[in-house]
Design a protein around this ligand. Structure first.
Ligand code: LER
Ligand code: MN
Length: 275
């Protein structure tokens, strides 16, 4: 496991001007930035210039899976929109120099199946294949993110994400783990990480209740050891999300900037103790 890909999802900085987020992460020693998957909200040339100015790189893009962006919706227009949207975020990745885009096969918080199981699976596989092919020449890897059962019914555990990635069958379609979701859905987090060797290339990092690492009861030495054992080399992305039923609420809320500073400082100090 390397220390060269420590990153932070700026979704949690409440939609402040992007320069503030980039400057903050650079100031506290992060290597990369995880951007919000809303291509229309960024000026790519400005982002490139800011990354250069603050000496930090773009790592990944956290796509936002609203109701109208859903690979397995019963509505073909919504399915097409998920593909169109994902391609736009892949373009964004290429434009700002990020090499990872996070994907999910259902809208966030859709917990009821809409299509017959076989058809749904076909839509998920074919939709991700189309996006995966599109991402290949741009040097972008798609990572499937499992969410807990209250945010999706379809892919809740790493092994299910691997099953889907295998069905997609492209070298640039892999999986990620989010420790908050894993704490709810995996029987044994370190074992799930070890079982995902070769597929697990990206992490979202929070404690059991989605607070900063070290503020809850996850077994950090065991988790970090498992990542070291599989030689994890992907982005290790802090994703602190405030306690709210809608995870995207973090993007809409605004708190005093000193709170964001304190979070970013605390998180990197905590993580560095283990690496
Ligand atoms: C995002 O990374 C996430 O973990 C979800 O809960 C919401 O998209
Ligand atoms: Mn996540």
């Amino acid at each position: 496991m390397t220390l060269t890909k420590l990153s932070y999802n700026i979704l949690v900085f409440g939609g402040e001007p992007v320069e503030k987020s980039i400057a903050r992460l650079s100031r506290f020693g992060y290597d990369a930035v995880e951007f919000v998957g809303e291509p229309d909200q960024y000026d790519f040339a400005e982002v490139r210039a800011l990354l250069k100015k603050y000496g930090i790189r773009a790592g990944s893009i956290c796509n936002i899976w609203t109701k109208d962006r859903d690979f397995t919706s019963a509505d073909p227009k919504v399915r097409e929109n998920a593909i169109r949207y994902t391609k736009a975020t892949i373009d964004m990745a290429e434009q700002i120099g990020a090499d990872v885009v996070i994907v999910a096969p259902t809208a966030n918080m859709r917990i009821v199946r809409e299509l017959p199981e076989e058809e749904e699976w076909k839509c998920a596989v074919e939709g991700l294949q189309e996006c995966g092919y599109y991402a290949q020449p741009k040097g972008v890897t798609l990572v499937i993110e499992p969410w807990n059962r209250f945010e999706t019914y379809l892919i809740n555990r790493l092994e299910q994400a691997i099953h889907l990635a295998k069905a997609v069958g492209l070298p640039n379609v892999k999986i990620m783990g989010d420790l908050f979701h894993m704490n709810i859905e995996e029987a044994n987090i370190p074992q799930a990480i070890r079982n995902a060797q070769g597929w697990l290339v990206h992490m979202h990092v929070a404690d059991n209740q989605r607070d900063l690492p070290g503020k809850g009861h996850l077994d950090w030495p065991a988790i970090i050891q498992a990542l070291k054992d599989i030689n994890f080399g992907g982005y290790f992305v802090l994703e602190y999300i405030p306690p709210h039923a809608d995870p995207y609420f973090a993007f809409r809320r605004a708190v005093d900037e000193s709170v964001y500073d304190e979070h970013a400082r605390y998180a990197i100090e905590f993580v560095r103790k283990f690496l």
